[in-house]
Design a protein around this ligand. Structure first.
Ligand code: E4P
Length: 301
């Protein structure tokens, strides 16, 4: 599995690159704005982006801001021309740039993906929330598809009436397994008084319970990624899946177990991956047991 770092902080990119664990970078306009703001006018945004591209050991995803295929294609070419001399750039195109159901622009992302990919520019199709969108991105020729695991977990939890910040925190692991078991046991209970399959199939309670804790059959962000991978493998699509919106190390483990091509991780998630209570305790014990004779092993002759 390749690891990208999901940040625009150059120091974070350099540090993670020095540990030898990252293969690329993903950014978005909000991350770049925050990072440049922190430099308080010391550097232009254009020079800053160039620095990011130079610091990265692999492709850097840069997002367009247009909403029509024409705008996104022009911007994608510009990003590619401007920044590719410093390294490899992948152009991030939203799978569907419509914000309020504007039907006329719903397929503009796909058109831009097709155009830029046809010109040999690598496209990262972003804001993917369904396997169906991922299928379309692959058909249009995207080099990468980025499903947003954490945001799907948020969405499923919000459907259960849970609020981020109050009932759970952004980095909290979403226990979809526990949720599934709870739902199954409630459904079993509701089925007790129903005698025929038709009654069960038509029961409002059963249907209401079935609909809870999922998004049109997607049980979690990790489940979304699993299904996309299954579809891509079934048809041999060459589009690589970037597990995005990853919020904690356990999600990283789960997408790694699925064999996802790439996971893009915030710096804090990478930090979390190296830590374990027993590792720190083991270190303390080893250090306590160091006797002078053992220390002497390290003296140069
Ligand atoms: C990746 O390309 C996205 O910018 C990012 O993963 C979104 O993460 P978030 O949902 O935690 O904001």
């Amino acid at each position: 599995m390749k690891i990208f770092i999901d940040t625009a902080e150059i120091e974070e990119i350099r540090q993670a690159a020095s540990w030898g664990i990252i293969d690329g970078v993903t950014t978005n306009p909000s991350l770049i704005k925050a990072a440049v703001d922190r430099r308080r006018g010391e550097i232009s945004m254009e020079d800053y982006v160039r620095e990011i591209v130079k610091a990265s050991p692999g492709p850097v995803s840069l997002e367009v801001i247009g909403r029509t295929a024409e705008e996104m294609t022009v911007q994608g070419r510009l990003l590619h021309e401007k920044f590719s001399p410093s390294g490899e750039v992948a152009v991030k195109i939203p799978i569907n740039p419509s914000m309020n159901g504007e039907e006329e622009i719903e397929f503009e992302g796909l058109k831009a993906i097709r155009q830029l990919s046809g010109e040999g520019i690598r496209v990262n199709a972003t804001l993917i929330m369904t396997p169906e969108q991922a299928l379309l991105a692959a058909k249009a020729g995207a080099a990468y598809a980025s499903p947003f695991a954490g945001r799907i977990d948020d969405y499923i939890r919000s459907g259960l009436g849970m609020r981020r910040g109050a009932d759970f925190q952004k980095g909290d692991y979403f226990d979809h397994d526990l949720l599934g078991r709870a739902r199954d046991s409630k459904i079993k209970e509701a089925m007790k008084d129903l005698s025929s399959i038709r009654e069960i199939y038509q029961s409002e309670t059963v249907n209401m319970l079935m609909a809870q804790g999922q998004d049109n059959g997607i049980r979690s962000g990790v489940d979304l990624i699993a299904r996309i991978l299954r579809i891509y493998r079934a048809y041999g699509f060459r589009t690589e899946v970037i597990a995005a919106s990853i919020r904690n190390p356990r999600q990283v483990r789960e997408v790694a177990e699925l064999g996802v091509h790439i996971a893009t991780l915030p710096f804090e998630v990478i930090r979390g991956m190296i830590r374990h209570y027993k590792t720190a305790e083991g270190m303390r014990r080893f250090m306590e047991d160091i006797v002078p004779q053992y220390q002497a092993l390290f003296k140069e002759r």
